[in-house]
Design a protein around this ligand. Structure first.
Ligand code: ADP
Ligand code: MG
Ligand code: MG
Ligand code: MG
Length: 394
């Protein structure tokens, strides 16, 4: 459904109610409440609720600039259209693992979607020590289904190229290119770190082999249009409970290397894992293993059942592709660990640790793990070796 308007205006809590009523079948005379709940960096998120039933919708609206920086950082409104289209496209292949989209509007830059307030943002829940037994199998499944089905392994090349053109997303990609692959590896203004980390950070800025590998990973991100990525798959983009997992916020969606989504999720698990000890850490390292195992198993099953014949009938090719995805994922995970520690946007898993000495020590571990993953991505044999690294045993 589309909405009858043709001019952009930032929504208010009042106009959001009117919009919600126009697209969602609230009961006659329902008392609707409205609140802006966005904790993200870039957009407005309004929750419109029917007071009687507690049921409602979410309206996400892009602003013409990045909320975190303000009007000095203009940012395309088209990202709302990209996000809605990606939710719909990924929803085709991973139904139940993304929110339902009720309506979209390009002019208003809004997506009206299912209210997932009964779930918790996975990062928050994990920090609070909650366990989400289905998290890694669901995300492994989501990754395999969305990435396989939008790749040349499943699609006719005409359809694949049509989609790649539709999801070109240059402005949002540029943010990733700078903030994940370049800035943290050089002395750039966007970097942000505690003074106690300065020596460790300067070691990165003076590490030519690491900078070289980060440049190669950036080039892979720029050029390898393998599948329709989510593009920002950190644990803050995932709603979870013991029973459910839903992936939100694909405004960075574009055609890129399959390992990018896999790697970002693994890195965010690793960052959470190092903040834990004993059994708590094992819960996370089990998630690390299960994410990859589920991804690999589901991707392989889809390849056999639905894959394009020419690839499917080439012996050893599936294994070769999965090997490439694995080493790419480790490299991207390494970049994500480093940038989430010293770049512009941090993670609460690490920043939220109150005791200073421990926080600094864990941040140093994150930087070291990041470096190891980037430099050794082609020789780390299997997910078991990654688990051992995340356990601090390798
Ligand atoms: P941003 O792109 O600005 O990061 P997100 O899509 O991540 O925006 O949403 C920001 C926050 O808004 C989420 O962390 C969550 O708290 C809330 N939110 C977003 N989508 C929904 C939803 N479908 N249901 C309930 N809350 C949501
Ligand atoms: Mg319109
Ligand atoms: Mg977000
Ligand atoms: Mg976002």
């Amino acid at each position: 459904m589309t909405i009858a308007t043709n001019q952009y205006a930032a929504l208010t809590e009042e106009t959001a109610i009117a919009l919600a009523k126009s697209v969602y079948p609230f009961p006659e005379g329902a008392e609707l409440s409205s609140r802006e709940i966005g904790d993200g960096n870039l957009n407005y998120v309004f929750r419109i609720t029917d007071s009687a039933s507690g049921k409602g919708v979410i309206i996400k609206q892009a602003l013409p600039y990045a909320k975190v920086v303000g009007e000095s950082w203009p940012l395309t409104l088209k990202r709302a259209e990209t996000e809605a289209a990606a939710l719909l496209k990924h929803g085709e292949f991973a139904p139940g693992l993304v929110p339902e989209v009720y309506a979209t509007d390009t002019d208003l830059a809004v997506t009206v979607m299912e209210d997932l307030s009964h779930l918790k943002i996975a990062r928050e829940g994990l920090i609070a020590g909650e366990s989400y037994p289905k998290l890694s199998s669901d995300i492994g499944e989501y990754l395999a289904r969305t990435l396989f089905h939008t790749s040349d392994f499943a699609l006719h090349p005409f359809e694949k190229k049509r989609l790649a053109a539709e999801f070109s997303n240059p402005e949002l990609c540029k943010i990733t290119e700078d903030l994940i692959f370049t800035d943290p590896f050089f002395d750039r203004e966007t970097n942000d770190f505690e003074p106690q980390l300065r020596l460790a950070v300067e070691a990165i800025w003076n590490n030519a082999p690491l900078q070289l590998e980060a440049a190669k990973l950036k080039y892979s991100f720029l050029t390898e249009a393998e599948a329709l990525l989510h593009g920002d798959l950190h644990t803050g983009s995932i709603f979870a409970s013991a029973e459910e997992t839903k992936v939100i916020d694909p405004e960075f969606a574009f055609y890129g290397p399959i390992g990018f989504d896999v790697g970002l999720f693994l890195a965010n698990l690793i960052a959470q894992g190092i903040t834990r000890t004993g059994e708590g850490r094992k819960v996370i390292t089990d998630h690390i293993a299960k994410t990859w195992e589920t991804f690999e198993g589901t991707f392989s099953a889809l390849w056999e059942a639905e894959g394009v014949e020419a690839f499917k009938n080439t012996p050893g090719y599936r294994e070769a592709i999965l090997e490439k995805v694995f080493s790419d994922a480790l490299g991207f995970a390494g970049c994500e660990l480093i940038r989430r520690t010293i770049g512009l946007a941090h993670v609460k898993d690490l920043d939220g640790i109150e005791e200073e000495a421990r926080r600094i020590e864990l941040k140093k571990q994150a930087l070291e793990l990041g470096e190891t993953l980037i430099l050794n991505r082609r020789t780390i044999k299997d997910i078991g070796a990654v688990v051992r690294l995340a356990e601090g045993e390798a």
